[in-house]
Design a protein around this ligand. Sequence first.
Ligand code: GDP
Ligand code: MG
Length: 183
Amino acid sequence: MSHLLDYDYLFKVIMMGDSGVGKSNLVTRFTRDEFHADSRATIGVEFASRLVKMPDGKTVKIQIWDTAGQERYKAITSAHYRGAVGALVVYDISKHASFLNVKMWLEELRHELCTDQRIVLMLVGNKSDLIHLRAVATEEAMGFAKANNMSFIETSALDSSNVDAAFQTTVEEIYRVVSVNAL
Ligand code: GDP
Ligand code: MG
């Protein structure tokens, strides 16, 4: 480990997906173990970070760029995407429209990324606690993820289920890609 920094690698990971699917609560659950029942959609980008350990003991600082309401107006600036090596594309398992819109978010991503920019994609079906309101079948989302070269996980920012795993798996995959490219 470096003597100057408390981490070995710094990865920028971005949050994407419709407004209201739980992006900000996934971030606050992962970085501060907090959940907010009210949506506080202020305009502007919010950042958060957390250190995570890789299987070989190296430390990665994951710098998460959240959107803060501008996704409602499809007004996300290019700065959000610049330099990102991972993206969590989130939908709400109780809102089918938010799942259909994942396609649109992927198109936006392809449009914004440089042609040589490789990005690790994680499809996140959030609000898994709302079982009685489920509108997107796990198998359907799994099939979509496979067809689009994404990993897939269902999470609940409310009851914490799989939240750490969603970020940890994404970062470990980025780490694998980076290690292979560094050889
Ligand atoms: P964002 O617009 O994608 O950032 O979504 P927010 O994080 O602001 O969440 C939108 C609303 O959904 C808020 O009222 C949250 O309390 C709620 N919410 C977020 N995650 C979950 C979850 O996992 N389960 C449930 N039941 N509600 C959630
Ligand atoms: Mg938000």
